[in-house]
Write a protein that binds this ligand. Structure first.
Ligand SMILES: *[C@@H]1O[C@H](CO)[C@@H](O)[C@H](O)[C@H]1NC(C)=O
Ligand SMILES: *[C@@H]1O[C@H](CO)[C@@H](O)[C@H](O)[C@H]1NC(C)=O
Ligand SMILES: *[C@@H]1O[C@H](CO)[C@@H](O)[C@H](O)[C@H]1NC(C)=O
Ligand SMILES: *[C@@H]1O[C@H](CO)[C@@H](O)[C@H](O)[C@H]1NC(C)=O
Ligand SMILES: *[C@@H]1O[C@H](CO)[C@@H](O)[C@H](O)[C@H]1NC(C)=O
Ligand SMILES: *[C@@H]1O[C@H](CO)[C@@H](O)[C@H](O)[C@H]1NC(C)=O
Length: 703
């Protein structure tokens, strides 16, 4: 029975892994393009497409855009429109000769756009398969230093990802430095004073086919962190196993004197783990954002929110948070060393506690030789609480930005803005034990290779750059919520109900007596002493004929609300005569017994409210003689609010069901095979085996 029990174990494990589907979270409200509830401003770059990088001026009035063959500055200080201030055309002249047949990458895709100082901008572009950089003035975008070759600072192709950050006028970058994108490099350029430009040591191999995601300067550590994903060379799996990484270099690094000359002496990397217990890891990092600690907290509480997808299960994504303290602890710990002779990784203990520290470049050759070998931290960085924050199986998250928001009661909440592959910007708030997606707003309709997202906390705006231009999305629109109940149920930390003004208004320090409950959305607690502002809706009279099929619509503004249809005595309409459809509407045939008054009741967070009342009035008409007519008579008019609740179709559940059946079939086959082999070993008569095998097969057929 050993074989069977082993198969059983593997099967239960596989079935457990398929359990992920339950943790998906639904956005409360969906706004599709053109919805009046969320008005967006678009700057349509029709003559310079592909807004690859965005950069905001410190006063948040000017947005700099790295586009295809151009750098633009846009005036984003006006509430309704975005206008062009300046444009620097940066089209490669001899591009066609250089690219040969290549069309797709034969343009200058701007990959790096950063402030050098308050008056000058640095830009690096692929420049038609020959990376170049340039220095421009901030105010007029005129050339301050002409274009120069910039191999190793930004990639050759438009679609490749890279990252770069300026620290005190010095440029730290991570990119590939060849046409095929096979030679990755992390380096420092424009180094000041006595400092050398530094590159990555090439032997041993420090990176394995990386995709660079993000880079962040951490002043309290004097380090730049690089986030990327790459092949996990330390895992000896049959399949290529991609891992997500954080790597560090110190800004005071100057390279060694003999060993590691003009090479990083402080480069170290570690694995970032985003995984729930008993589930496959979400191993593909897509984007990272840093949220600084609160004023009274230690810098170790700095948080990094990363979005991850899975190498194995498509359509699955989640957010995981990591603290600076945990990353520091891993880099201060032991390291793994690869010994080519034995082809094995061994753990080297960090006895002198030098590894992972800054200031190594002045150290002895023996320490530098140690640092050269030991660049992979032995421990992985685990996510905070080992849990996933928002997770979804319906959307792939691709970009993230975040901020802390002070709610009306003075508590701080973290709000995440998640851009999905399908073009929705989701706004999620992290609660004590879960997360709540307040809304999603459609910003583009076609999937995009190049996209970027930028938050202006001061202006309360999120900018999204994509192939057709730049879209500006206000972080909230409190006036969309017209009653105290809606305002409280939204659980938007930006919005609270002002009982005097009878409006849902932005939370500000001036007005702290607003009604709001971000954690629980309890209408009962927040809206009791207020008279119901709108009262129950006015009954709508619907003229009907006997035998007609009637469809009563009930549009809710919230996808989290449950709909029930009730009679005036509040009892629920019975399933037998009435059909409640998935969109919440009620369908039934008019008979003398069903020509009644119906209430559409929504329930959310324990709060019930009547959304619509329909009163059916039977009219005598020749039509009433049509008996058994199958076609549905159209209702003259749809009542209710604008429909913002249509969910998008996802095949995830179908996929899980199919995988489930597939695993079960495999398991059954495996058990049959094992039992068949055992039977064959136990008997000498071949005919008996065949018969036995068939009988086992029959008895385990799935229902
Ligand atoms: C906010 O919502 C209200 C009500 O739906 C709408 O009239 C207004 O245009 C919206 N404003 C923005 C900036 O989206
Ligand atoms: C931008 O402008 C072009 C040309 O006028 C148009 O075809 C395109 O649809 C516009 N894009 C958006 C997102 O409105
Ligand atoms: C800013 O950087 C530019 C380019 O490196 C340089 O020419 C200029 O002097 C700098 N300005 C200041 C105020 O440091
Ligand atoms: C390390 O060396 C640099 C020059 O490379 C020097 O400026 C610095 O003072 C030295 N630091 C220490 C701690 O010795
Ligand atoms: C750039 O924009 C064009 C037109 O919108 C689009 O077809 C193309 O895929 C974009 N290029 C990349 C590399 O995303
Ligand atoms: C409520 O009203 C409906 C329709 O008039 C009726 O069928 C039902 O029995 C009533 N329920 C109660 C509990 O009175």
């Amino acid at each position: 029975m050993e074989g069977v029990s082993r198969i059983w174990k593997i099967c239960t494990l596989l079935l457990e892994l398929l359990h992920f589907s339950q943790s998906s979270i639904t956005p409360r409200t969906s706004f599709f393009t053109g919805s009046p509830g969320r008005v967006l401003s678009l700057y349509n770059i029709s003559d310079a497409l592909n807004a690859t990088v965005l950069l905001l001026s410190p006063d948040a009035t000017t947005l700099f855009v790295g586009a295809r063959n151009a750098v633009l500055s846009l005036d984003v200080s006006q509430p309704d429109v975005i206008t062009l201030k300046n444009k620097f055309d940066w089209t490669p002249q001899d591009a066609q000769d250089r690219c040969g047949g290549q069309v797709e990458n034969c343009a200058n895709f701007i990959h790096v756009l950063q402030f050098i100082n308050s008056t000058h901008l640095y830009a690096c572009g692929s420049f038609a398969l020959k990376p170049h950089d340039i220095i421009l003035t901030v105010d007029t975008l005129s050339v301050s230093r002409k274009a120069q070759p910039a191999r190793g600072i930004c990639p050759y192709k438009g679609s490749e990802r890279n990252t770069a950050v300026f620290v005190d006028g010095e440029l730290y970058s991570a990119t590939t430095q060849d046409y095929s994108g096979n030679q990755p490099i992390i380096s420092r350029h424009l180094s000041k004073g006595q400092k050398n430009d530094i590159i990555l040591e090439s032997f041993p191999k420090l990176l394995n086919d990386p995709t660079f995601i993000s880079s962040l300067y951490i002043p309290s550590e004097g380090k730049v962190f690089f986030f990327f994903r790459e092949d996990g060379a330390e895992y000896n799996f049959v399949e290529r196993f991609t891992v997500s990484r954080v790597a560090q270099v110190c800004t005071d690094d100057n390279g060694g004197q003999r060993v590691l000359q003009k090479r990083w002496t402080t480069f170290a990397k570690s694995r970032l783990v985003c995984q729930m217990e008993k589930q496959l890891p979400l191993n593909l990092l897509q984007d990272v954002v840093m949220v600084p600690p609160l004023a009274n907290e230690s810098p170790d509480k700095t948080l990094f929110y990363g979005i991850f997808t899975s190498q194995w299960i498509s359509g699955q994504s989640a957010v995981c948070a990591f603290t600076l303290g945990d990353i520091k602890a891993v880099f201060a710990g032991d390291y793994k060393t690869f010994t080519p002779e034995t082809n094995q990784w061994t753990i080297e203990s960090n006895t002198e506690a030098k590894l992972g520290k800054c200031g190594l470049h002045n150290d002895s050759d023996s320490i530098l030789n140690l640092a050269k070998k030991n660049f992979l931290a032995a421990k992985s960085v685990q996510s905070v609480g080992r849990k996933l924050l928002p997770t979804t199986t319906e959307q792939l998250y691709s970009r993230i930005t975040a901020q802390r928001v002070q709610a009306a009661n003075g508590h701080d909440f973290t709000v995440l803005y998640l851009l999905t592959e399908s073009g929705f910007l989701q706004k999620a708030v992290l609660l004590k034990s879960s997360s709540h997606v307040i809304e999603e707003i459609q910003v583009f309709t076609q999937p995009q290779t190049l996209k970027s997202i930028l938050l202006s906390v001061e202006k309360g705006m999120v900018f999204v750059g994509f192939s057709e231009g730049v879209i500006r999305v206000p972080v909230s629109n409190c006036s969309f919520y017209s009653s105290c109940a809606e305002c409280v149920l939204a659980r938007d930390p930006f919005c609270g109900w002002d009982s005097q003004g009878k409006a849902c208004v932005p939370v500000s320090s001036m007005n702290s007596r607003l009604h709001q409950d971000v954690e629980n959305g309890s209408v009962q607690a927040q809206c009791t002493d207020l008279e119901d502002q709108n009262g129950p809706p006015v009954p709508k009279v619907v003229q009907v004929h006997l035998n007609m099929l009637v469809k009563l619509p009930c549009h809710l503004s919230s996808r989290l609300a449950k709909v029930s249809w009730r009679f005036t005595n509040h009892s629920i309409v019975p399933q037998f005569h009435y059909l409640q459809q998935r969109d919440g509407s009620l369908v039934f045939r008019v008979t003398p017994k069903t020509a009644l008054e119906f209430h559409c009741v929504s329930e959310e967070q324990g709060f019930q409210q009547i959304k619509a009342i329909f009163s059916l009035k039977v009219q005598a008409s020749p039509r009433s003689r049509i008996i058994g007519g199958e076609e549905m008579e159209p209702i003259p008019q749809l009542y209710g609010d604008e429909d913002t609740t249509t969910p998008q179709k996802s095949y995830y559940n179908e996929m899980v069901a199919v995988s489930f059946l597939f695993v079960i079939s495999l398991c059954v086959l495996a058990v049959v095979a094992v039992m068949w082999r055992r039977k064959r070993n136990n008997t000498a008569c071949p005919e008996c085996v065949t018969n036995k095998a068939f009988s086992i097969n029959d008895s385990v057929t799935l229902p």
